[in-house]
Design a protein around this ligand. Structure first.
Ligand SMILES: [Zn+2]
Length: 211
């Protein structure tokens, strides 16, 4: 591999997630379990509106829990670009590992490159992939940062997530609109005060388009 070649790394993020201990999805078993859950919750499974619910719910969970594989395309940093590269206003939906309820939000992901840079759309794909699983926002934030650090060996990485958790807004403390902010800063984005400030200033989008 020469330095000037575009390198296509066959890097399936799904296998990273599977390394976290996930098993293959058994759709038929999931359907039966949803049927059992409806019964246990005292629902009339003979109701025509519920007839296809186990199948729909199982399919919906499969979709929400299955990351789309993608190829991580990296390029040599030929221009020697040494400023922050940040993708922000990346919308995501994930499932809270504690309640199986969705949390939705916006991510900003940035890095200070060293020898290699990443296709811009890939930052959003990384977020999307880690969102497809039973997640904790804190863990998802650090997984994205660590993944980028491992793959790009950049000078620094910053990840900022802001999300609303349905388990907080429709139950429990019932705080609709309250959001949780998590960040993972690595390398010079963590250690160099100027870079850290710059990342945090650029990453904060107030949930807007940020454009
Ligand atoms: Zn929850």
């Amino acid at each position: 591999m020469t330095a000037s070649d575009t390198t296509l790394i066959e890097d399936r993020i799904g296998s990273d997630l599977d390394a976290l201990g996930r098993e293959a999805i058994d759709l038929a078993a999931a359907e039966r379990a949803v049927g059992d859950l409806l019964l246990a919750l005292g629902q009339d499974t003979g109701d025509p509106n519920l007839r296809d619910t186990p199948r729909r719910v199982a399919a919906a969970y499969r979709e929400l829990l299955t990351p789309k594989p993608f190829n991580l395309t990296t390029f040599p940093n030929e221009e020697g670009y040494d400023q922050l590269i940040i993708a922000r206003s990346i919308r995501f939906t994930s499932l809270c590992a504690h309640h199986l309820l969705p949390f939705t939000g916006v991510a900003s992901v940035g890095y200070l490159p060293r020898d290699r840079i990443l296709g811009l759309s890939k930052l959003a794909r990384v977020v999307e992939s880690f969102a497809h699983g039973l997640q904790l926002q804190e863990r998802m934030t650090s997984q994205i940062a660590t993944w980028l650090e491992d793959r790009l060996s950049p000078k620094g990485v910053g990840v900022l997530l802001e999300a609303e958790h349905l388990c907080m807004s429709i139950r429990g403390v019932e705080q609709p609109g309250a959001t949780t902010v998590t960040s993972a800063l690595l390398g010079c984005v963590r250690n160099d005060p100027r870079t850290r400030q710059e990342f945090l200033k650029l990453a904060h989008t107030e949930g807007g388009s940020g454009a």
